[in-house]
Design a protein around this ligand. Structure first.
Ligand code: PHE
Length: 450
């Protein structure tokens, strides 16, 4: 590991390595699994448009804010806030981030396990069990209610994340992302070509790209904003942690721009894989969370070399989930390494075992524990709801307020310019981070309450 003014915590090996790793965190089940089904449920093109506006106007400035805090302090979210404003209540924002990382990974690991399972279930070109959407849906339902299978795949997913994170920053995370991210892009482009050449695919393209403005309601805007936070890994200090391993030479603003572009591009590409195929098959775009797992496999059986395409797709989904899973784990691990002085190995093994154990009830939420509910939601839904709908938006809003009003945009600008360049959009960024981001998120949050 290189030592670069931040003790021996490790650094990214190169600028591109950092951008790939941060994009790897952003690109995940949020893009490949959640984005298409939410788009399908919220009217297609119009939702995509609102999502894009949210990602650019709110996501991009907060991404830069998180990178800046991370590199200035080279700490995990708790240590970062503590070193900028020692002994202030703002440290709560850091703790909320570590907690969100813990909670999200606990159920994210479960869905990651499903994706690994679907690679296995697509092997041997035996995908007959996916033949019709009904059959594929039933197959999925039977699978997710099988407790032991779910736990084994969940464990497999966590084991892969542990293996990567334990090896540390430049050796583990960066190397993995260097190979995985470009592979992901290539696979998506191939799948998109396949999908677009299916007869009847154009209807899907229309649904996906032609905005029907009557579909834009306040509710749609709220969902799009929440999705932008989740998809860009914002609001929980994940990008603070990744930014903390960045050297002073790097241009933060350009890096943030690249990551937002990559993440958005992948989400848009996934839509171009899924919607043309869904429409070509006369299927329902508003299928919901099971879209990827029950509709796409059925689609695969209807196309030449479908078994191969299915394996490819689920490998891709697993890769995307792993590069996000490791970033979630890294937030929790960095907290124990920095704040408690633990060795990386101890921090990884300790935190991941607890996260795994806490995730087990989420895994069982579709089977043996499906009747155990609070507030009308299963364990899985509750954890997802608390983390994604409360902790992330509040965390993002507080981060924006912290940097815009408490730390100082001037100090932040100095940090952003530390590589020697001029940050030409400093004025616009300051305006967005001080006013637009916090107010927009506050509106979203209030609308959720009322
Ligand atoms: N952005 C990831 C995805 O889209 C999920 C994630 C959220 C990762 C928050 C890290 C922090 O799948």
């Amino acid at each position: 590991m290189k030592i670069n003014g931040n003790g021996n915590r490790g650094n990214w090996g190169s600028r591109m390595g950092f951008i790939l790793a941060a994009s790897g965190s952003a690109i995940g089940l949020g893009n490949v699994w959640k984005f298409p089904y939410i788009t399908g449920q919220n009217g297609g093109g119009a939702f995509v448009l609102v999502y894009l506006v949210c990602a650019i106007i709110i996501g991009l400035p907060i991404m830069l804010a998180e990178f800046t805090i991370g590199r200035n302090t080279f700490r995990n979210p708790v240590g970062a806030i503590n070193s900028l404003r020692p002994n202030s209540p703002w440290v709560v924002v850091g703790f909320m981030g570590v907690l969100a990382g813990f909670l999200i990974l606990s159920f994210y690991g479960v869905v990651g396990g499903w994706t690994i399972a679907y690679i296995v279930k697509s092997l041997g070109s035996n995908i007959a069990h996916f033949e019709t959407p009904e059959k594929a849906g039933e197959f999925f339902g039977t699978f997710i209610s099988n407790s032991s299978e779910i736990v084994v795949y969940h464990l497999a997913f966590m084991a892969i994340c542990i293996g990567i994170v334990i090896r540390g920053i430049d050796k583990g995370i960066e190397k993995a992302c260097n190979i995985l991210m470009p592979a992901l892009l290539v696979m998506l482009v191939l799948l998109m070509i396949r999908s677009l050449t299916l007869p009847g695919a154009f209807e899907g393209v229309k649904f996906y790209l032609a905005p029907d403005f009557s579909k834009i309601t306040p509710e749609v805007v709220l969902i799009a904003l929440g999705q932008a936070f989740f998809s860009l890994s914002l609001g929980m200090g994940c990008m603070i942690t990744y930014g903390s391993y960045l050297s002073p030479k790097e241009d933060l603003a350009t890096s943030a721009l690249f990551v937002v572009i990559f993440d958005t591009m992948i989400a848009l590409l996934v839509g171009m894989v899924i919607f043309p195929a869904v429409f070509a098959m006369g299927l329902e775009p508003a299928e919901g969370p099971s879209l990827v797992f029950s509709v796409l496999p059925a689609v695969f059986t209807q196309i030449p070399m479908g078994g191969f395409v299915a394996i490819l797709f689920f490998i891709l989904l697993t890769i995307a989930a792993i590069t996000s899973g490791i970033s979630l784990l890294e937030v929790v691990v960095a907290y124990f390494v920095d704040e408690k002085g633990w060795s990386r190995k101890k921090a990884v093994l300790f935190s991941s075992s607890i996260i795994f154990a806490f995730g087990v009830p989420s895994g069982l939420s579709f089977g043996s524990m499906s009747d155990v509910t609070w507030f009308g939601m299963t364990f899985f839904e509750n954890v997802d709801n608390i983390a994604s709908n409360y902790l992330l938006p509040i965390g993002g809003m507080l981060t924006a307020i912290f940097i815009g009003w408490v730390w100082s945009p001037l100090e932040a600008k100095k940090e952003i310019e530390r590589h020697g360049g001029t940050f030409r959009f400093a004025g616009a960024w300051e305006f967005l981070i001080r006013y637009v981001s916090p107010i927009a998120v506050a509106i979203v949050f209030l609308a959720k309450i009322f």
